[in-house]
Design a protein. Structure first.
Length: 194
């Protein structure tokens, strides 16, 4: 927090300054909220995807060493943040077309993570898949600063859930996706423990 409050930068008007009190509060709120909400959505996707793929869930129960890979596969298969928007800071050319400076671009993470050129049989959920660099957390300078924590929280949650409840079904009639503009996940996902 000290570094956040004391780092100087050049703002859009060319003035060198630090964050204002309000900017620091907004930044902190966004980071805390984003990490909390997306990790909760990840855990919901773990519950629903593994209910839909009981053979994969059983593989995790039989071999918990597969859990870290399963977290990567869920992040690839059902990313909690399915898209990322950015402004173009300078003219850039992709596939023979120029995207002008100042344009807004939308990166569809959910589609990129299902690219058949990168992931064979991309619409199949497989806890043994060697995912490699999935794009759920972004890439480069925009890489999610909470990625390691999200992976850790997902892994610990899944280990504990599977240890206590190795089998479950979803009451799909009672399940409801949340209506948000930034993340995708379950508002309610009632499980039937069996």
């Amino acid at each position: 927090m000290t570094r956040l409050l004391t780092t100087e930068f050049e703002d859009e008007d060319g003035k060198t300054r630090t964050l204002t009190h309000d900017e620091a509060i907004v930044y902190t709120t966004v980071v805390a909220g984003a990490g909390n909400e997306t990790t909760g959505r990840l855990i919901g996707w773990l519950g629903s995807v593994l209910a839909q793929n009981p053979d994969q869930r059983q593989a995790l129960v039989d071999d918990p060493a597969l859990i870290p890979g399963a977290i990567e596969e869920v992040l690839r298969y059902e990313p909690p943040g399915p898209f990322i928007a950015r402004y173009v800071t300078q003219d850039v050319e992709y596939h023979g077309r120029t995207i002008p400076e100042g344009s807004a671009m939308m990166f569809i993470v959910g589609a990129a993570n299902r690219d058949e050129n990168r992931y064979p049989d991309p619409d199949r959920f497989d806890v043994r898949r060697q995912v490699g660099q999935q794009l759920t957390f972004g890439l480069g300078v925009h890489y999610c600063l909470g990625a390691a924590l999200a992976r850790l929280e997902g892994r610990v949650a899944l280990e504990e859930i599977l240890r206590r409840f190795p089998r479950w079904e979803v009451d799909w009639d009672g399940a409801e996706l949340a209506q948000t503009s930034t993340v995708r996940g379950w508002e309610t996902l009632p499980l039937i423990i069996g």
